[in-house]
Design a protein around this ligand. Structure first.
Ligand code: F6R
Length: 614
């Protein structure tokens, strides 16, 4: 939520910042702003409500000369989306400009105190208090900007990644983080900072991930310096980025979401690369192998996650219970963190997060560690906060996901959870070796099966036209495809703004069945699995009440074909892998319905990727 970017160097500061903002726009698009300093000691701040392109329009013809600059794209928390509330915020004397990602929890107390001292505020944001406080301390103590930042951050409660620019210091940017991501890029005669590495990947592959409590001093002609709030020096740990620019572009697709849906055969290949060997007979997950005893002796697995990742965790529950004989609970990270979770040695907490930065999931990880659980991360963004806070983990390796609606991350998460469950089942001996080999072999075939599912694209596009104007949808599934139903409903809701509910198919008759009529379509995930006969009855129950049915069925199904209004056939796969192939047509259905409604699928209203606030 909110993206920040900064640049210091000989390049075109404005261009670097604007391009960087576009790359970070997935983090919020309520407003955008930029602050530039030049060698004449001028600080220009331009900001505008709405997307980055509005800011570009407003900047055209303006003085954009600069040696350093900071910029921001906002997802509003405190104060409505408006020009006034847009970042950068500046100190009343116009000396400092600041951008911020995070939430300042005690801003009201700090603001009241500053107002008493005569400070005037111009926005409704929590952020403005930071810049006013820093400048108040700098002037009052007659100290340097770095000292003022250190002192101010000691008074602040909450989460922040900030960058500060001073009018008379066109060669310096000060940045700091606590619980919100910040990464510094080190190039030739130039430095960058950003919420993730995407804004500077084409300029340098040298990245330094700032840790909580650290302050970075970016100064022209000097090496990057990192200190803490008490002035102790920290090590500058340079990581080589593996990201490529093509991963950050649409590659000919009209939207990132569609590109990411179609990338899935390849991203699934990446998720299994080097992990499924001997034709599927052996599964190697280093994090499991290195913690063999912990997994073998686990008394319970607790998943913590949010949103789509929570749905993947729900699939994980079925997997671990079925094939590893381990009791599993799945918790919303936001509930878990405030629920006094009873945890201890013997418990494994698995945190799932595409971004690796979701504030609630990160907090849950910290609590689980404090309580003595073994914490394992399943994340996508390499180097993000959650993998750095967990004891061990496995990346899903699906590459940057930019479309706000998660697609390839979901299938990658389910894939990696399957790999983990199979390797634990092997260690525990809870699944016969032949069965592991059968599923292992099927895993290797999954990318091709997904390629086949993607051939349904045109059919789904046509089908979407029939359902575009429905006001409500029910998504039904059973067993490990109950989470697939939840995920399908979430995809539709978030990008088309149609109300959709995911439900266990048999639970429907305990309430939601009352909603069914000819205007309420049901999407039923009904592959040939051990609950097939049961779900056929559920399909009949919907049909008997006049509801129209779109069913996801296994190729060659004839029974449901005769009952449903439309069927989408998916290839046969072992039951535990069916959520991967069944979720793809649901992603496409949501995509085309949203397109038919003229919605901005990559930037749905009110949403942002990477939810770094509570
Ligand atoms: C939905 C979606 C969100 C995220 C959720 C968790 O399409 O993207 O529901 O799944 O915000 O994000 P991560 O996985 O980054 O922790």
């Amino acid at each position: 939520m909110c993206g920040i970017v900064g640049y210091l160097g000989d390049g075109n500061t404005y261009e670097v910042l604007i391009k960087g903002l576009h790359r970070l726009e997935y983090r919020g698009y309520d407003s955008a702003g930029i602050a530039l300093v030049d060698t004449k000691g001028k600080l220009h701040v331009y900001k505008s409500k709405g997307k980055v392109e509005n800011l570009e329009n407003m900047c055209s013809g303006k003085d954009l000369e600069a040696t350093a600059g900071i910029a921001h794209t906002r997802w509003a928390t405190h104060g409505e989306p408006s020009d006034n509330n847009a970042h950068p915020h500046y100190s009343e004397d116009g000396n400092l400009a600041l951008v911020h990602n995070g939430t300042i929890e005690n801003y009201k107390v700090l603001k009241d105190a500053l107002v008493k001292h005569g400070c005037k505020f111009h926005s409704e944001t929590d952020t403005e208090v930071l810049v006013q406080l820093i400048e108040y301390i700098r002037l009052g103590n007659n100290c340097s900007l770095v000292e003022a930042v250190q002192e101010a951050l000691k008074q602040v409660e909450g989460a922040y990644a900030i960058a500060v620019l001073e009018k008379d210091k066109p060669d310096t940017i000060i940045a700091a983080r606590k619980s919100s991501p910040l990464v510094i890029g080190i190039g030739e005669n130039e430095m960058f900072l950003a919420s993730d590495a995407s804004p500077f990947v084409e300029y340098t592959s040298n990245a330094v991930y700032l840790k909580d409590g650290e302050i970075a001093i970016l100064k022209k002609g000097e090496p990057l310096k990192i200190i803490d709030l008490d002035n102790n020096n920290s090590k500058v740990d340079v990581t080589k980025l593996k990201m490529s620019i093509s991963e950050l572009e649409k590659g000919g697709y009209p939207h990132f979401m569609l590109k990411e849906i179609f990338e899935q055969p390849n991203t699934l290949r990446e998720s299994i690369r080097g992990r499924v060997v001997d034709g599927g007979k052996r599964i190697i997950i280093n994090g499991v192998r290195d913690n063999k005893e912990t997994f073998v002796n686990a008394r319970r697995i607790v998943f913590v996650a949010c949103g789509t990742s929570w749905h993947a965790a729900m699939v994980g529950k079925y997997l671990f219970q079925d094939i590893c004989d381990i009791p599993v609970v799945v918790e919303y990270a936001s509930e878990f963190r405030y629920s006094n979770p009873v945890l201890g040695p013997g418990d494994i907490v698995i945190a799932l997060s595409q971004s690796g930065e979701t504030a609630d999931t990160l907090a849950a990880v910290k609590i689980a560690r404090e309580k003595g659980a073994f914490v394992f991360g399943v994340c996508n963004a390499v180097g993000s906060s959650i993998p750095r806070e967990t004891h061990s983990g496995a990346y899903i390796h699906v590459g940057p996901e930019i479309g706000v609606a998660s697609t390839k991350a979901f299938t990658g998460q389910v894939m990696v959870l399957t790999l983990i469950a199979l390797s634990v089942a092997h260690l525990k001996g809870t699944l016969p070796e032949e069965e592991i080999a059968r599923i292992g072999k099927a895993l290797l075939d999954i990318p091709e099966k997904v390629e086949k599912v993607l051939k349904l694209n045109d059919k789904i596009e046509r089908l979407s036209a029939i359902y575009t104007y429905a006001h409500n949808f029910l998504y039904l599934g059973r067993g490990c495809n109950f989470p697939t139903a939840l995920e399908g409903a979430l995809k539709l809701k978030e990008i088309s703004y149609i109300h959709a509910e995911g439900y266990p198919a048999a639970e429907m008759k305990h309430g939601p069945i009352a909603l069914i009529d000819e205007e309420m379509p049901s999407v039923i995930i009904a592959p040939k699995d051990h609950l097939y006969d049961k779900i056929v009855s559920n399909v009949q129950q919907v049909k008997a009440r006049g509801g129209s049915i779109v069913a996801i069925v296994t190729e060659g199904d004839t029974v449901i074909k005769n009952l449903a209004n439309h069927v989408l056939e998916i290839p046969e796969v072992p039951e535990c892998l069916s959520p991967i192939v069944a979720s793809v047509p649901l992603q496409l259905l949501a995509y085309y319905i949203a397109i038919n409604k003229g919605k901005d699928v990559d930037m749905p209203r009110n949403l942002a990727k990477s939810v770094t606030v509570e």
